[in-house]
Design a binder for this molecule. Structure first.
Ligand SMILES: [Zn+2]
Length: 340
């Protein structure tokens, strides 16, 4: 099959479109013919070099396609079924897995990160990863959903305990997590303040339902939040930007507010004045992915049409390098997807 692999860590130039052997189908696995695989910032981090990545390596976490073949032990899936894949691998029998906390499993891995991913034509995965999609859903839309909607759902619902009436500051409306979070907040009855770096993105954020928008290059986020909330601050901040926005995110919280973060695309070394943490009685949560049950929860709303994939543009698999360069420039609103 064709695949995009890295043989060394580095810039977009290390991505190689090449022939690799087809995956072997185990008796308890399902072989998927991949039709679409969405990019995430995780792909850029893995390409630049992360521990636990064996080279050569196939990137790509968010996969949609058709069942091509099933292992001998699989009796409930037929070739041709249209599916998306849960991006997580886990043991499915430890205490964490059996209580729904799959992202705490000792064997937890993410496709494309510490396991081979979907920037290729075929992949074999366990049955539990296979989630059939409605006929009306395109493969590109289906591939755009799993990682960012799971992440945003776990952050807002699982960790921050979002309730109707809350006001939420969503950083980076144009990111995959941001565009998912805006929709989840609105569906659950929250008020959304969001940020982006240009008017085109702010307009798209309002189309997704954002109540208030802040241009983070022209306006000071915490000043705008104070003005919008009559100096109270927000109940929840959804962070993933890191160093560039962290001080403003902390300042934007109400007394007793909750900040939840899943990433740091602008840098990791943020500072925190501990007096503000304890005197304002803030809660800070770090999250990484979520449980398989949470993925199924949020997908119900996606399949019902209440939450929508936000796709910026697609690239053919052979042009993965251009897709990486495009994502790195942060021009996109929503997901960048490779098609096969
Ligand atoms: Zn486990």
């Amino acid at each position: 099959m064709k695949a995009v692999r890295i043989h060394e860590f580095g810039g977009p130039e290390v991505l190689r479109y090449e022939d690799v052997p087809d995956p072997e189908l185990r008796k308890d696995h399902v072989l998927i013919r991949i039709r679409a695989c969405a990019l995430n910032h995780l792909d850029l981090f893995v390409r630049k070099g992360l521990p636990g990545v064996n080279l050569p390596h196939i990137l790509g976490s968010d996969i949609a396609g058709e069942v091509a073949d099933v292992g001998e032990y699989i009796t409930d899936l037929k070739p041709g079924t249209r599916v998306l894949l849960s991006p997580m691998l886990f043991c499915n029998h430890c205490e964490q897995c059996t209580t729904g906390n799959h992202n705490f499993c000792k064997q937890f891995a993410v496709l494309g990160n510490n396991a081979e991913g979907g920037d290729c034509e075929l992949i074999a995965v366990p049955r539990v990863n296979i989630i059939p999609i409605p006929n009306s859903m395109t493969f590109v839309d289906a591939a755009s959903v799993p990682l960012v909607f799971l992440t945003a759902w776990h952050m807002l619902v699982g960790k921050a305990k979002l309730r109707a009436g809350d006001t939420v500051l969503v950083l980076g409306a144009g990111s995959g997590v941001g565009s998912a979070a805006i929709q989840i907040c609105k569906m659950l009855g929250a008020t959304v303040i969001t940020t982006a770096g240009d008017e085109r993105k702010l307009e798209k954020a309002r189309e997704l339902g954002a109540d208030y928008t802040i241009d983070h290059y022209k306006q000071k986020i915490s000043d705008e939040v104070k003005r919008i909330t009559s100096r109270r601050g927000v109940d929840i901040v959804l962070e993933h930007v890191g160093v560039a926005t962290w001080p403003e995110s902390i300042k934007s919280l109400k007394y007793g507010g909750t900040l939840v973060t899943c990433g740091a695309t602008t840098g990791f070394e943020a500072q925190l004045d501990l007096r503000i943490l304890f005197a304002r009685q803030l809660s800070l949560f770090g999250t990484y992915m979520g449980g398989q049950g949470e993925l199924l929860d949020v997908l119900k709303h996606v399949f019902a049409g209440k939450l929508k994939a936000v796709v910026d543009r697609t690239f053919p698999l052979a042009e993965a390098r251009a897709a990486h360069e495009y994502l790195a420039h942060s021009e996109q609103f929503g997901k960048v997807v490779l098609t096969m």
